[in-house]
Design a protein around this ligand. Structure first.
Ligand code: URA
Length: 438
């Protein structure tokens, strides 16, 4: 086997690595055969020199094989999932999983927690009393088989090499590397035993990749490497120039999602992105002949109430209340201080700093800055004014849900400075879906 320092030297000098050498190096992550210093040096060498697609495929497969690979054989439904690069007010998973499940697919959706300015699906679901994001394997399998979807957390057994690698990248300024992000995301998705995957790659002020060119490069890399590793994958590039839903936080986003499923209220951008992703998943699953038929099936499952029913059954199967969809307001936590933040002058919403909105949620206590932090599920923002909306002086920019007067004041100040109003009329953004890959 090539010594770790020789492999690092080859990459440092711009060479392409042998796939077997990458696999042997990653196999050493499970013990001290490869030290933290060597992992960090390797990450920095890749950061500067990049990787060929074949090298990224080898890195991805090696990290997948560092732990358990789920096996869904025996299920009578095709297994598909979605991964998003993360954003603000992005509660799409809560609607997408039940819609696609109601159309006949199995969606074991392994989701994460929020970190930094982005929200996390598991945190949102934990606003629901009793909902267990870490049920044992039998419950997950039964829920996926009987209900069609289970939105749950990752166990330490899936891609443990990525866990170590990511923790080292996080503290060595080597996260922002397209091959390393690609291998990190896809190793976990390959370990989930999927038959198809759609990626929602975000671009804009609230996204991880703010520049569209970077987001396109990431989408292209993810699609090429996933398909190279044998997982049928497509990607959509979607806008994150403002919060996707008109709510950002935890319980407030769950409320927004349930109202979407029942038809009480649907934010247009959420509807567009959710149905576009659902269509991709249904085609990948072989449940629809093309995107047009798939979108129609997804819209039907939304309109006829079966998606809302599926969501309710999933919540109940995973420990939540049996009547959650019907009596959501009795179950979700509410913040003691709820009030509108108003525009100080008239104008049309020209731009929103979505990242700042995410930070306002963190400031309120609804997000975390360190993985070990706890969160307040009740706080957040709702009724956020959309780009293009004409506001008069005193009209609400949004509603703040706070635990304390002090938290309210800080979030209100962030909200005000996140909005830029213009005197002239501003057209609403054309489309939330910018491009498709795959
Ligand atoms: N998300 C991941 O899972 N890994 C990365 O490297 C970046 C984002």
């Amino acid at each position: 086997m090539i010594l770790p320092q020789e492999l690092i030297r080859q990459k440092r000098d711009g060479g392409a690595l042998d796939p077997d050498a990458i696999k042997a190096f990653v196999a050493g992550f499970d013990n001290e055969r490869v030290t933290d210093a060597q992992v960090a040096a390797f990450a920095m060498a890749v950061f500067f020199r990049g990787m060929e697609p074949a090298e990224t495929v080898a890195l991805t497969e090696a990290m997948r094989d560092s732990g358990e690979v789920l096996d869904w054989s025996g299920l009578d439904r095709p297994v598909v999932d979605k991964h998003s690069t993360g954003g603000i007010g992005d509660n799409v998973s809560l609607m997408l999983a039940p819609i696609v499940a109601a159309c006949g697919a199995a969606v074991p959706m392994i989701s994460g927690r929020g970190l930094g300015h982005t929200g996390g699906t598991l945190d949102k679901l934990e606003s629901i009393p009793g909902y267990d994001v870490r049920p044992d394997n039998d419950i997950v399998r039964r829920t996926v088989q009987e209900v069609g979807c289970a939105i749950i957390g990752q166990t330490g057994r899936l891609a443990p090499a990525d866990k170590r690698f990511y923790a080292i990248r996080d503290v060595t300024a080597t996260v922002e590397s397209i091959p390393l992000i690609t291998a990190s995301i896809l190793s976990k998705k390959l370990a989930a035993g999927l038959g198809g995957l759609v990626l929602d790659v975000k671009t804009g002020s609230g996204a991880f990749m703010t520049k569209e060119g970077d987001a396109r490069a990431l989408a292209e890399s993810l699609v090429a490497v996933a398909n190279g590793a044998g997982l049928k994958t497509t990607a959509l590039l979607t806008r994150m120039d403002e919060a996707l839903a008109s709510a950002a936080g935890n319980a407030v986003e769950v409320r927004n999602a349930v109202r979407f499923l029942t038809g009480a209220h649907r934010d247009a951008a959420v509807e567009e992105v959710t149905l576009a992703l659902a269509a991709e998943m249904l085609v990948l699953a072989g449940l629809a002949a093309d995107a047009v038929a798939a979108r129609a099936a997804a819209a039907r499952a939304l309109g006829d109430g079966s998606s809302a029913e599926t969501f309710g059954r999933m919540v109940s199967a995973l420990g939540g209340p049996g009547d959650f969809v019907e009596r959501m307001d009795d179950h979700l936590p509410k913040a003691p201080i709820v009030g509108a933040v108003t525009a100080e002058a008239a104008g049309s919403v020209a731009a929103v700093d979505a990242r700042a909105l995410g930070l306002a949620v963190v400031e309120l206590g609804g997000g975390r800055t360190r993985p070990q932090d706890g969160i307040d599920h009740a706080v957040g923002l709702s009724d956020l004014a959309r780009i293009g909306t004409r506001l008069e002086r005193g009209d609400p920019l949004g509603v703040v849900h706070a635990r304390s007067e002090d938290g309210f004041a800080r979030a209100a100040a962030i909200l005000r400075s996140a909005y830029r109003l213009a005197e002239e009329p501003i057209p609403a953004p054309a489309s939330a879906v910018v491009a498709r890959f795959g």
